[in-house]
Design a protein around this ligand. Structure first.
Ligand code: GDP
Ligand code: IMO
Ligand code: MG
Length: 422
């Protein structure tokens, strides 16, 4: 038995939550491998919408084991809120949620340091979600972090205090005003609360499940173009969002990876700062934002919008070894007179389909191919054959360019609004 991976191929918010929920009936286990509550994964079914930040998106299926892997960073306060909210829907979190003892913990001071560093950078800020992600991963790499297993260990308080005193020095050096006492009671309450959940050695647990023949789906967060190594550095997140991240973030050997489902939107969005070659800062962009309800699931910030970027998509497919493509939000393009796709970039006098070292150092002019739009509402369509010919021309072109089959086309946020193509 092998592990399949689902991940985003753009700058996040590709619809990973919906797609994981759609695929979960075929799996026994869903495991998140990186990121933390910077993620906002939306799921819709039965007329209701749910947003998950840390809990894997398989949680609404009774049969499914959900694992928060070692590569994830966990904010106890946030996770407590999330669990309490999910429990109101009747799901059995206590039975189905497992948390890695090696996942790192986001402390209240990590969130403060995130806010302080962003404020200090001013106009050069990354535009982080302010969830404490970068400071927590910095402490992990700097070998001074706290892990979930520490919360139940006897040295928890002294480890906590050492970390906090380091963070205080940093906050003072950044001249940041804060009141830690406002945040600590909720943190310690959440730490106590989490002790009732299954805190496990998840690398043994997941490998045993694989040996027992269980089907595992690894769920990524963010997107490939936000990857710490391959994204538009420094405007990236602080983890490996690519397929390789599933190996290190769950303790799964590379040869155990089978399918890689890569998700892309039929256009592009980005939240926060950083280069975005096909961005449309005009009426087209506004229309995409309006029709696609492009506002962040975590922070509510308006998402920047633009046309599909094939050089970016090809890069992401290469890095991830994508075997199956999933195109989401196709319905949003209905009603546009024309739909554009960026084939390549003009950089100086060269035409290139590769991503340069630093997109901000270059004048990059996207080279577009234009397609006639379609007026039909796609949301009620369930068979590929019934999609408008104009849409099929667009999607066939994309598929030919990227040389990987598109197997699922999502035509709305609901579970049901999904077309299985092949
Ligand atoms: P994730 O972070 O990748 O899970 O994506 P988000 O949940 O942050 O953002 C995707 C948004 O698009 C959510 O509001 C989804 O409910 C919605 N969505 C997902 N797939 C589709 C689709 O095919 N069509 C439309 N219109 N909305 C979709
Ligand atoms: P999901 O899983 C979109 C962006 C932030 C910022 C940069 C760094 O829902 O797709 P961080 O808080 O990680 O230090 O912020 O990354 N970002 C996301 N953008 N979707 C996400 O997650 C994101 N998580 C982080 O906006 O630009
Ligand atoms: Mg999201």
């Amino acid at each position: 038995m092998k592990v399949d991976v689902v991940l985003g191929l753009q700058w996040g918010d590709e619809g990973k939550g919906k797609i994981v929920d759609v695929l979960t009936p075929k799996y026994d286990v869903v495991a998140r491998f990186q990121g933390g509550p910077n993620a906002g994964h939306s799921l819709e079914f039965g007329g209701n919408k749910y947003v998950l930040n840390t809990i894997p998106s398989g949680i609404f299926h009774e049969h499914c084991i959900n694992i928060i892997g070692n590569g994830v960073v966990v904010d106890p306060v946030q996770l407590k809120k999330e669990i309490e909210k999910a429990e109101t829907t009747g799901v059995n979190i206590r039975k189905n949620l497992y948390i890695s003892e090696k996942a790192h913990v986001i402390l209240p001071t990590h969130r403060l340091v995130d806010a302080a560093s962003e404020a200090y950078k001013g106009v050069h800020k990354v535009g982080s979600t302010l969830r404490g992600i970068s400071p927590t991963y910095q402490d992990k790499i700097g070998r001074s972090g706290l892990r979930i297993g520490d919360l139940i260990g006897k040295n928890f308080l002294s480890k906590y205090q050492t970390a906090v005193s380091n963070h205080k020095k940093l906050l003072d050096s950044l001249n940041y005003e804060y009141n830690l006492a406002e945040h600590e009671p909720a943190f310690f309450e959440a730490v106590e609360y989490l002790k009732q959940f299954k805190i496990v050695n998840s690398e043994y647990f997941v490998n045993q499940l694989i040996s027992d023949g269980k089907k595992v789906l690894a769920e990524g967060a963010q997107g490939t173009l936000l990857d710490i190594d391959f994204g538009s550095y420094p405007f990236v997140t602080s983890s490996n969002t690519i397929t390789g991240g599933a190996c290190s973030g769950l303790g799964i050997a590379p040869q155990k990876i089978n399918k890689v489902f890569g998700i892309f939107k039929a256009y592009c969005t980005r939240v926060g700062n950083g280069p975005f070659p096909t961005e449309q800062e005009n009426e087209t962009g506004e229309l995409l934002r309006k029709l696609g309800h492009e506002f962040g699931a975590t922070t509510g910030r308006p998402r920047r919008t633009g046309w599909l970027d094939l050089p970016g998509l090809k890069y992401a497919i290469m890095l991830n070894g994508v075997t199956d493509l999933i195109c989401t939000k196709s319905d949003v393009l209905s009603g546009f007179e024309e739909v554009q796709v960026c084939d390549s970039y003009k950089i100086g006098s060269d035409i290139s389909s590769q991503i340069p070292f630093d997109l901000l150092d270059e004048t990059v002019i996207p080279q577009y191919k234009s397609f006639p739009g379609w007026k039909e509402d796609l949301t009620k369509i369930r068979e590929y054959s019934q999609l408008p010919e104009t849409f099929k021309t667009y999607i066939d072109y994309v598929e030919k360019q990227i040389e990987v089959p598109i197997n699922i086309i999502s035509v709305g946020p609901d579970r049901e609004e999904t077309i299985h193509k092949n």
